[in-house]
Design a protein around this ligand. Sequence first.
Ligand SMILES: *Cc1c(COP(=O)(O)O)cnc(C)c1O
Length: 437
Amino acid sequence: MSQSVNVLLQQDSELLWHPYSSLTAPSPVRLVRGASGVRLQLDDGAGGTVEAIDAMASWWCMIHGYRNPVLDAAVKNQVDDFSHVMFGGLTHEPAIRLAERLVEITPASLQHVFFCDSGSVSVEVAIKLALQYQVARGNNGRTRMLTVRGGYHGDTFAPMSVCDPVNGMHSLFTGALKEQVFGPQPPADFDRSADDPELQAWAAAISDLAEQHSDEIAAIIVEPILQGAGGMYPYSPACLRVLRELADRHGFLLILDEIATGFGRTGTLFASEHADVEPDILCVGKALTGGYLTLAAMLCTTDVARTVSDGPGGALMHGPTFMANPLACAVALASIDLLLSQDWAARVGAISAGLSAGLAGARELPAVKDVRVLGAVGVVQLGGPVDLPRMTEAALRRGVWVRPFRDLVYTMPPYVCTDEEIATIAAGITGAIEEAG
Ligand SMILES: *Cc1c(COP(=O)(O)O)cnc(C)c1O
């Protein structure tokens, strides 16, 4: 058995790209033998299996855990009906019901839904919609996005253009990438109040920038309240209110990318609720299907939908092959209903408290620069870059799967983790940093 595993891993290293990887110097990967509940079963390289709690929820997705019986059944039932049909000229109940549910649970002004295959594509569609909106209003020069530093919006070209220029290695793509307008990163901390001097200085800087470029900007795009893959960085709801006000003042649309923060992760169903701000366009993905299948959605207001539909072209110019895939829609609907059928806010609150208590000790470690917890997200920032293979191994030996990046070791666990499992994750991360930080 372990012989064949080694052969498989050898093939993997020769055949496959993993995320942000090299084919000449591939970093080690683990073979997954199974996954159930909150645990991954990984091959241990010696013919056996090692079990670990998935502290990453497969990158924000797997909120109800693996092999969830409700979600398994939703997929199986839909397979018995039909797995896929084209969405041109055809429609189906899973798409209609899911759209209805998304309109119900997202901010009230969002009334129309576009389904696509991945988060990046939903951001592409959101940006395209904003550009078409400005053309329809006769604002033809408005072709740029205003955003802030430290963001992450996906890996295809339009999303990449609004990712942080340094983290996103924009220098590799000079000349090929649309040059967007970047404002400063909002000052750190969720709890900062609107009259905080640093926050006011930030607001003044971003307001100046908006003023300066108002004839060129179609929309503001940000991740509300928590920047994810750009740096796991929470900021104040007051900053989001500043951006809404700027958009209104200058006729920009506000696009909120809730692909990571959606479905309860920050303690409210959508992070924008912390600020009581409604976007013109919203992107959701990741936890949308409970991690079962790839699906994302772009929602927009009736004003945006009508303006674009009545504008030149008379249509939103996008239509992916696998648009509104019925399997994905069916499992997404089941995942949302499962979430709403429980006191999910209490669960996220308990995870938040567990992570705050469990990671408090990490603050004292010499390698640690900062510890922050927001909702069911716990982040330990080190003083320097993480030794990825060593840190991963050290956490695995403590029964925890993490995937650090840059100087960050972090967790966004499945909501179905027990208090004990949250304590194991926090202790595993703290212990791993003590050993390998
Ligand atoms: C993951 C992510 C994306 C990209 O989604 P993919 O499904 O990986 O294309 C975009 N925005 C945010 C905030 C994300 O976290």
